[in-house]
Design a protein around this ligand. Structure first.
Ligand code: S3P
Length: 441
């Protein structure tokens, strides 16, 4: 799953982007669709699944634990689940590749099954903190032998029956919330999570759709999410909407390259995911939302984005959870804006596929952008629409979103930029560069 051979790429500006793109299926929803289908009794069908390496790692893990997961010639995935409580002991270590979502959510699933699983991953994933899920899942009775610092590789012994807990999320993380919810699926009684800061709610929406007894109430300290185990999930037909995080690259590319107009079809507009659109609109971006509709229980729209002069903003920290994966591409927009953009309150960026504050700072400086680094964010001096200098080498640090963001920056630079390794782009957006070529005509 890890990329032994780096794939460097040199890019130069090639004029405006024009046309229509359909972004791949949402990564968060795709992981959940596979996992929940694998726990339902009977056959679920999934249309529009993201066929990126991260999601394929989840598919492989579900197979290794007994589910039948197959892609039909029609592109529809068919999953025969084992039933909640029915996961089997995997024979080999589960290779999670680069995928934090696969790792943390599957740890939740395994925690309340009577099985033992070893989780391994690539260099990036092996540096990421797992303590945030080890802590609540240990309280539920699971036993962990982790590498120093609570990292991968780690071995997890599930407990069945597990102990229901009430857990206040100490960090705004949908992965931690989902790990506890998934452990709660096979735990007798009610498992409760208090979420002080709202994060993406795809698990809640989809678990309800699968027939789980799950309630969400407003409490004095945030949302109270309760799940009743031991749940019985009914197979579903799921249509995965387009990934707003992938759409973000085209939103910014069209906004910063003069003469561009791009329609991005079928984008998930779940309000827990639309922070980038809000921030870009505050900066003066020209984004029109067309044909709002509901697909697979999620709001969806087509976005029409035209080039527009951008101005610097102070990015509201409250937006952080709804655009946590979009900061790298927002920083690129800021580099072309008029004035100095400041984004703070985004400390979580330090523990993504790379330290996205440090990685983006170094990358932007390498192509002539002035930045200032804070513990919890970045300030960026914009060019006021003038092309960036370019002529720089970018270290993408095994981080797909850094590689794609800097490729977009290259579209608005005078000199070429070289990205050391674009292979990780395949984790979330295998067709990214082919789509870019199409839009450039
Ligand atoms: C995700 C949650 C977020 C996000 C990640 C996907 C999910 O991570 O960054 O790409 O699918 O639940 P955190 O939970 O660590 O914020």
């Amino acid at each position: 799953m890890s990329h032994a051979v780096p794939r460097p790429l040199t890019l130069s500006a090639r004029g405006p982007l024009r046309g229509t793109v359909t972004v791949p299926g949402d990564k968060s929803i795709s992981h959940r669709a596979l996992m929940f289908s694998a726990l339902a009794v009977g056959e679920s069908r999934i249309e529009g699944l993201l066929e990126g390496e991260d999601v394929l790692a989840t598919a492989a893990a579900m197979r290794a634990m007994g589910a039948q997961v197959e892609r039909g010639a029609d592109g529809v995935w068919r999953v025969h689940g084992v039933g909640v409580g029915g996961l089997l002991q995997p024979i080999q270590a589960l290779d999670m590749g680069n995928s934090g979502t696969s790792t943390r959510l599957l740890m939740g699933l395994v925690a309340s099954h009577p099985i033992t699983a070893t989780f391994i991953g690539d260099t990036s994933l092996s540096g990421r903190p797992m303590g945030r899920v080890i802590d609540p899942l240990s309280k539920m009775g699971a036993d962990f032998t982790a590498s120093p610092g609570g990292k991968l590789p780690l071995m997890l012994r599930g407990l069945c029956p597990a102990i229901p807990i009430e857990y206040v999320l100490p960090v705004a993380s949908a992965q931690v919330k989902s790990a506890v919810l998934l452990a709660g699926l096979n735990t007798p009684g009610i498992t409760r999570i208090i979420e002080p800061v709202p994060t993406r709610d795809h698990s809640e929406r989809m678990l309800r759709g699968f027939g789980a007894e799950l309630t969400v109430e407003d409490g004095p300290n945030g949302k109270i999410i309760s799940i009743t185990g031991e749940a019985e999930l009914k197979p579903q037909h799921i249509i995965v909407p387009g990934d707003p995080s992938s759409a973000g690259f085209w939103m910014v590319a069209a906004s910063i390259v003069p003469g561009s107009e791009v329609t991005i079809a079928n984008v998930c507009m779940n309000p827990t995911r639309t922070g980038l659109i809000q921030a870009l609109k505050m900066m003066g971006a020209d984004i029109t939302e067309a044909q709002p509709r509901v697909v697979g229980g999620e709001p969806v729209a087509d976005l029409i984005v035209r080039h527009a002069p951008l101005r610097a903003i102070e990015v509201p920290a409250e937006l952080a959870p709804s655009m946590i994966d979009e900061y790298p591409i927002l920083f690129v927009a800021a580099a072309l804006a008029e004035g100095r953009t400041v984004a703070r309150g985004a400390h979580e960026l330090r523990v993504k596929e790379s330290d996205r504050i440090a990685t983006m700072r170094t990358a932007l400086e390498a192509i002539g952008v002035t930045t200032e680094e804070y513990e919890d964010g970045l300030a960026i001096q914009g060019s006021g629409g003038q092309p960036l200098r370019g002529n720089g080498a970018i270290a993408s640090k095994l981080d797909h979103r850094i590689a794609m963001s800097m490729a977009v920056a290259g579209l608005a630079a005078s000199g070429p930029i070289t990205i050391d390794d674009v292979a990780p782009v395949a984790t979330s957006y295998p067709d990214f560069f082919a789509t870019l070529d199409n839009l450039l005509g």
